[in-house]
Design a protein around this ligand. Sequence first.
Ligand SMILES: O=C(NC/C=C/[C@H]1O[C@@H](n2cnc(C(F)(F)F)c2)[C@H](O)[C@@H]1O)c1cc([N+](=O)[O-])cc(O)c1O
Ligand SMILES: [Mg+2]
Length: 214
Amino acid sequence: SGTTRPVRILKYVQRCANSGDVLSVISAIDAYCSKVEWAMNVGDEKGAILDAVVLETRPRYVLELGTYCGYSTLRIAHLLAPGARLITLEMNPHYAQVAIEMFRHAGLDAQVELLVGSSSALIPQLRKKLDIEKFDLVFIDHWKVSYLPDTKLLEECGLLKAGSVLLADNVTCPGAPDYLQYVRNSPRYQSQYFPARLEYLQVEDGVEKSVFLG
Ligand SMILES: O=C(NC/C=C/[C@H]1O[C@@H](n2cnc(C(F)(F)F)c2)[C@H](O)[C@@H]1O)c1cc([N+](=O)[O-])cc(O)c1O
Ligand SMILES: [Mg+2]
């Protein structure tokens, strides 16, 4: 039909979730994607791991690679302290528009800064463009082949400091083997794996938390 999957998810949220209530938006997305059609949101099980890492990190500056419908953006934004900044990168303008509408429905559009473009174009501009020195937390959930090159780009651009936390989705399914090998074998990272099911399915996945040591 004429709509895209993100648009169908957004319409369901706008119809069924209470506006201004981020938790009802999050559960509406999970309800739709578990009952009606699967979508690549981090989901509730891995989302709870993301929540725990956000709460323990108490980040002031957060970067997300891969906004899609904004599900994980909302989970993160909901747990940030006032004054913290959440930057999310999306290269598909259509997905970006859906995400902005999703943030509006949740009442969090003022809490999130969404940039549209490729990571290779945007990451080198972040310091100058956004006046951000370093990120305390990076949630990586975009193209799996981009995890490693973009992590190296974040290092080269001086956007990580000792203690910066990288949390990567899907390191088991679909998998990011070169990224895993890098963060698990580099002396510059302390890495830890959290097994969890792939969103909305009985398939094994997991997230990798890697602390940059400087
Ligand atoms: O392919 C998956 N995810 C790819 C996710 C891709 C999303 O990240 C955006 N992006 C690309 N580059 C940038 C940047 F940063 F450059 F701006 C942003 C893309 O436009 C898309 O919205 C995936 C697949 C499965 N699965 O089970 O197949 C499960 C999952 O959880 C997944 O995340
Ligand atoms: Mg994912």
